[in-house]
Design a protein around this ligand. Structure first.
Ligand code: HEC
Ligand SMILES: [Cu+2]
Length: 416
C-alpha cells in the first residue's frame, strides 16, 4: 500500500513539473506590461491579483490534499458529523470578504484613473467602419482612414495557399517581426509623453479598438462615444486589431499606432495639413486625362484591387470584373453613383466619404480606360465636388444629371 501511494506521489510530481518546460514562454503568455502609465498599473494589478489567486489556490488545495491524506479510510479515520458551526460560517464569510475588499481597493483606484480625462492634451476620434478605421485629430483637423495594407489584403485572398516569400520579396515574417495582416496603409501617429484622449464610435456595426500595449480595448458603438486615454512613454510602433466580431472581415482591420517624439509629431501634423489643403485644391483644378489615369491606378491599387483584382478581372461569383463591365463602360452616372454610394447589401461599400473628389474622379477615369475598357472618358474632380455640394452644372461642365439629383447624395452633405 505504501509503495502504491509513493508511486502515485512520484507520478503526480512529474506531471506537476511538466509545465516548467514551457516556462521560457511565460513572457509571451502573460499580459504585456505595455508602454503607458495605465498599462503598467493594469499589469501590476493583474500580477498582484494573480499571486493572490495562486496563494488561495495553494492554501485551499493544500488543506484539501493534506486532510484527505491524513484522514483517509485506510487509517481508520471516522468522519466528523457536526452541523451548523457558526464559527466556520463566520470564518468562511469574513475571510473571502476581506480578500475581496483588499483586491477591490487598488482595482477601483486604477479604474477611476482610467476614467479621468481631465488635462488631456490631444483628442483623437476613432471611428470603426467595415473594415477600416477613421482617425480624426480633433485639435489639428487632420483626418484619414486606416486599413489593412493592400499587398496584405491581396495576399490573404490566396487563402492558405499564399506563399509569403513570393508575395513579399525581401520581407520576413518571423517572431516579433511577424506583421503579416497587421500592417496598415496609414498609421496613427501620436506624440510620446502627451495625455491623449481617444473617443471611440462607429459608423456601422459594433467594433472594438484594441491595442494591448496601451491597455486599451474599447467598444466602438454606433451613436455612442466611449472615451479612453493613454500617455505613451516610449517611442515605438504598437499594434492592435478590431476585437469585435464586426462582420466577415473583422480579423482584417488592424491598428498600428506609431508613437514619436513631439517635434517629429509636429512635423508630421504639418505635412498632413499641407497634404489635406492641397487635396482641396486638387478638386478645383482641371486635370488632364493621363494625370487622372495614373492617379487612378494608385487609388485602384490601394482601395479596389483587393476585390476587383489587379487586371480588373474580379473573382467570379464574388466580385464582378471591371474589365468589360457594363457599369464601367456604360453610363458614367451609374458608374459614379456605384462608387460614391456603394451597392446596398453587397461588399461594394460607399466610397464617398473614404475617397477625395480627386481620388474618385481618378479611379473612375482609370476604370473606364484600363483593362481594355477604352471608353476615352474623363471625369474631372470638380464634377465630383459639385455633385457633393449638391450644385448643378452651371460651370460649363457636363455633370451627370441623374446622379446630381439623387437625394441620397445630397442629404449626405446636408444640402437637400
Ligand atoms: C470589398 C470588396 C470591394 C471593394 C474593395 C470594391 N468593390 Fe466594387 N464591387 C464589389 C462588389 C461585390 C460589387 C458588385 C455589387 C453588386 O452586386 O452590384 C462591386 C461592383 C462594382 C462596380 C460595378 C461593376 C459591375 O459591372 O456591376 C464598380 C464600377 C465598382 N465596384 C467599382 C469599385 C471601385 C472604383 C472600387 C475602389 C474605389 C471598388 N469597386 C472597390 C466589391 C468591392
Ligand atoms: Cu471591427
Amino acid at each position: 500500500m505504501t509503495s502504491n501511494v509513493s508511486r502515485w506521489a512520484l507520478l503526480s510530481l512529474v506531471l506537476l513539473m511538466m509545465p516548467l518546460g514551457a516556462w521560457a514562454d511565460w513572457g509571451a503568455l502573460n499580459m504585456p506590461k505595455g508602454v503607458t502609465e495605465i498599462s503598467n498599473e493594469v499589469h501590476t494589478l493583474h500580477m498582484r491579483i494573480f499571486y493572490v489567486c495562486v496563494a488561495i489556490g495553494v492554501a485551499v488545495f493544500g488543506v484539501m490534499i493534506v486532510s484527505m491524506f491524513l484522514h483517509r479510510k485506510s487509517r481508520g479515520h471516522k468522519p466528523a458529523d457536526f452541523h451548523e458551526s457558526t464559527t466556520v460560517e463566520i470564518v468562511w464569510t469574513v475571510v473571502p470578504l476581506v480578500i475581496l475588499i483588499a483586491m477591490a481597493i487598488p482595482a477601483a483606484r486604477v479604474l477611476i484613473k482610467m476614467e479621468d480625462f481631465t488635462d488631456s492634451e490631444l483628442s483623437i476620434k476613432v471611428t470603426g467602419y467595415q473594415w477600416r478605421w477613421r482617425y480624426d485629430y480633433l485639435d489639428s483637423g487632420v483626418s484619414f482612414y486606416s486599413q489593412l495594407k493592400s499587398e496584405h489584403n491581396l495576399a490573404r485572398q490566396q487563402g492558405a495557399d499564399v506563399d509569403l516569400a513570393t508575395a513579399f520579396p525581401g520581407e520576413s515574417f518571423n517572431g516579433e517581426e511577424d506583421v503579416y495582416l497587421r500592417e496598415v496603409d496609414n498609421e496613427l501617429v501620436v506624440p510620446v509623453g502627451k495625455k491623449i484622449r481617444f473617443l471611440h464610435t462607429s459608423a456601422d456595426v459594433i467594433h472594438s479598438w484594441w491595442v494591448q500595449d496601451l491597455a486599451i480595448k474599447k467598444d466602438a458603438i454606433p451613436g455612442f462615444i466611449n472615451e479612453n486615454w493613454a500617455r505613451i512613454e516610449e517611442p515605438g510602433v504598437y499594434r492592435g486589431k478590431c476585437a469585435e466580431l464586426c462582420g466577415r472581415d473583422h480579423g482584417f482591420m488592424p491598428v498600428v499606432v506609431r508613437a514619436v517624439p513631439q517635434d517629429e509629431y509636429d512635423a508630421w501634423i504639418a505635412d498632413q495639413q499641407l497634404a489635406m489643403a492641397s487635396k482641396g485644391d486638387e478638386s478645383e483644378r482641371q486635370w488632364n486625362h493621363e494625370e487622372l489615369v495614373s492617379a487612378g491606378e494608385q487609388v485602384y491599387q490601394a482601395n479596389c484591387m483587393s476585390c476587383h483584382q489587379a487586371e480588373g478581372q474580379g473573382i467570379p461569383g464574388m466580385f464582378p470584373a471591371i474589365a468589360g463591365s457594363d457599369v464601367a463602360t456604360g453610363s458614367i452616372d451609374k458608374h459614379l453613383s456605384t462608387v460614391m454610394n456603394g451597392v446596398e447589401g453587397t461588399m461594394m461599400s460607399r466610397f464617398s466619404e473614404v475617397l477625395t473628389d480627386a481620388d474618385i474622379a481618378a479611379v473612375i477615369t482609370y476604370q473606364r480606360n484600363a483593362f481594355g475598357n477604352g471608353t476615352g472618358d474623363t471625369l474631372q474632380p470638380s464634377q465630383v465636388q459639385s455633385l457633393r455640394t449638391g450644385m448643378t452644372a452651371d460651370n460649363g461642365l457636363t455633370l451627370p444629371s441623374k446622379v446630381a439629383s439623387m437625394p441620397e447624395l445630397n442629404s449626405n452633405t446636408g444640402v437637400n
